[in-house]
Design a protein around this ligand. Structure first.
Ligand SMILES: C[S@@+](CC[C@H](N)C(=O)[O-])C[C@H]1O[C@@H](n2cnc3c(N)ncnc32)[C@H](O)[C@@H]1O
Length: 323
């Protein structure tokens, strides 16, 4: 290996300082593009050290001397296993129960009643598309249980994440205090049972309604999961490139059942993108809706709405009646 190729590979050339390989600007470019294509995740130019820190344990575990070797492994001989391990490494595991609770209220108090009024025997299907350790789908189940729908009506909740480690934790359903920081204590005591020092386990009656699986949103195979009425895809688009968000939003729109509702995080917006979704406000929550064809689509027809792409900005309007 020449000095130049060493510099390109990012191998540390200063003995004694650190044995850990460094991520050179050139290899950073290669890796960030590969990661973006596979996962949608965007690493801006100033995030080189962050990526180095996240990937170093993988390169070390595989006994690789440089990040260039790791890049070649991912690009040319990587199994799905290594990509799964990479998604574990890249995951930002920040989530908690009752995060942005207006959206759960909108689901349980407005969307579900309208849905079941128009379709008393149909199954309401819900997908938590980047569920992390499972607090989001359990919040959905709790909100629907509290409103009396979960036991009375057919409801299907699918929860997925690109990180297999997160899905394993979600399946376990055991949580620490941090996860409960926004959940009213009365709801915690009702839907969880003590599971040892500082730990709480979700009770079967809410957890058994949820089916868990690993799925990468950028993988076309995950498209089938979007065949539901309600998608929660929250606090993951903030890490994606605009191009990736557009791809996923189009996919959701194409596959979602009608009527369909898409919730994204409060810090996220699809309004700059061109999609077929209509933008609605339900109470204090904002939601993107795929309406039924026709001039009056039933659920949601009495709320203000604009097609995304032409809606100038979010305007706080009077909340809808909540039950
Ligand atoms: C910050 S957490 C958000 C969890 C939850 N939705 C919430 O709002 O609290 C982001 C999650 O997105 C997942 N993620 C990142 N890229 C993904 C992808 N391409 N497909 C599916 N999940 C992905 C991460 O593994 C992580 O669990």
């Amino acid at each position: 290996m020449t000095k130049d190729s060493r510099a390109f590979s990012g191998q540390d050339l200063s003995p004694g300082l650190s044995k850990r390989p460094k991520l050179s600007p050139q290899v950073f470019e290669l890796l960030r593009e590969l990661i973006h294509n596979k996962s949608g995740l965007r690493f801006e130019p100033d995030k080189r050290e962050l990526l180095e820190w996240k990937l170093a344990p993988r390169a070390e575990a595989l006994g690789l001397g440089s990040f260039l070797d790791y890049y070649y492994l991912l690009k040319y001989d990587s199994s799905e296993e290594e990509w799964a391990a990479l998604m574990d490494a890249l995951c930002v595991p920040e989530t908690y129960f009752w995060r942005e609770p207006d959206q759960f209220e909108a689901l349980a108090q407005v969307i579900a009643p309208r849905f079941f009024e128009a379709r008393p025997d149909q199954t309401l299907s819900i997908w938590s598309a980047a569920c992390c350790t499972g607090e989001e789908p359990l919040s959905v189940a709790i909100a629907l249980k509290e409103a009396g729908w979960l036991d009375r009506k057919p409801i299907r909740i699918i929860a997925s994440d690109a990180s297999p480690a997160m899905i394993r934790a979600a399946r376990r359903g055991v949580y620490r205090k941090r996860s409960f920081r926004n959940l009213p204590p009365a709801l915690r005591d009702k839907h969880f049972e003590p599971a040892g020092e500082g730990l709480w386990r979700a009770k079967p009656e809410i957890k058994e309604k949820i089916v868990y699986r690993t799925a990468n949103l950028m993988d076309p195979q995950s498209e089938k999961l979007a065949e539901v009425h309600v998608i929660f895809c929250r606090n993951v688009f903030i890490y994606f490139s605009e191009k990736a968000v557009q791809t996923i939003a189009e996919r959701f729109y194409r596959r979602m059942l009608v009527p369909g509702w898409l919730f994204v995080g409060a810090a996220e917006s699809l309004l700059k993108l061109t999609t077929g979704f209509l933008f609605e406000q339900i109470g204090s929550a904002f939601v993107y809706m795929k309406p039924e064809p026709g001039p009056a689509e039933g659920p949601g027809k009495d709320v203000s709405r604009e097609e995304t792409g032409s809606f100038p900005e979010v305007s706080p309007s009077a909340g809808e009646g909540r039950g």
